[in-house]
Design a protein around this ligand. Structure first.
Ligand code: SF4
Length: 264
């Protein structure tokens, strides 16, 4: 079953690498599908590849990647155990923000990756990924570190690791939020261990017969219930989607140029 999921994920990667569905393919060196095991219990989703990622073919390399690695290690996780990808798989020229049409053209790849991996927790890195994955949920300033459930998926928005490079005080916020992620993972693991807990990931593409052409895994088709916030725990402030969090600093501006970040 696990190798089947890995095969299905490899098929998605193959489609991404040759994709020409939006203009971002015109200027890329290569597409950056994602890295990590199909069995990952955690998935991290950023905005898009930068200059170094475009050249290397891996997401979150360079300075922001180092921050992400250290954050994961701070709660006992190894980067190699996490599946890491972006909303768009090709670098926007000049590191501009991806356009809505580009994100829409690329969205079925991310949907397929999520459906195959079925992670316990999806870490949303930064406001652009938040807008794509949880549209209408609110801003990163109010949602960071919070559990947000949509359908059968658990999301945790976080400030983008690159933001900590520009605003040092956010590193502490990121570290505190990662401790919360550790708690969420422990809860998910406890549920998994219960009788009748979550099943191992699987996908129809994993069940194809030998020699059968590999179709691109399709996105989930069932209607998802409205987004809901998980109630805060004892002592946690009550936040509503979109409301600012008075205990946190104002959201930093997005890094002006991912090229610079990738140079570290
Ligand atoms: S960004 Fe996505 S949709 Fe656009 S060319 Fe790259 S893989 Fe295809």
């Amino acid at each position: 079953m696990q190798s089947g999921a890995a095969d299905a994920l490899a098929v998605v990667h193959e489609h991404i690498l040759v994709c020409t569905d939006c203009p971002l393919h015109l200027k890329r060196i290569q597409a950056v599908p994602g890295t990590g095991p199909a069995t990952a219990r955690i998935m991290a989703v950023g905005e898009g590849p930068g200059e170094t990622e475009d050249r290397v073919g891996r997401p979150f390399v360079g300075a922001a990647g180092n921050v992400l690695t250290k954050l994961l290690e701070s709660i006992g996780l190894r980067r190699d155990d996490i599946y890491i990808t972006n909303v768009v798989k090709c670098r926007p020229p000049g590191n501009r923000d991806p356009e809505l049409t580009e994100m829409e053209a690329c969205s079925h790849f991310l949907d397929a990756q999520i459906e195959i991996i079925r992670p316990d927790v999806i870490l949303i890195l930064g406001r652009h990924a938040l807008a794509r994955l949880l549209p209408g949920a609110g801003g990163i300033g109010g949602l960071h570190g919070r559990k947000v459930v949509r359908g059968n998926r658990l999301y945790v928005p976080l400030y983008h690791p690159a933001a900590a490079l520009y605003q040092g005080s956010l590193m502490r916020t990121l570290e505190d939020d990662m401790l919360k992620v550790r708690g969420y993972l422990n809860e998910a693991e406890a549920r998994r261990r219960q009788p009748g807990g979550a099943a191992a990931p699987s996908h129809p593409a994993a069940a194809r017969a030998p020699g059968e052409p590999a179709p691109l895994p399709t996105a989930p088709t069932q209607a998802e219930p409205l987004l809901r916030l998980v109630p805060p725990g004892p002592g946690e402030p009550v936040l509503r989607p979109g409301s600012p969090d008075p205990s946190e600093p104002a959201p930093p501006p997005e890094p002006p140029d991912r090229d610079q970040l990738s140079l570290f």
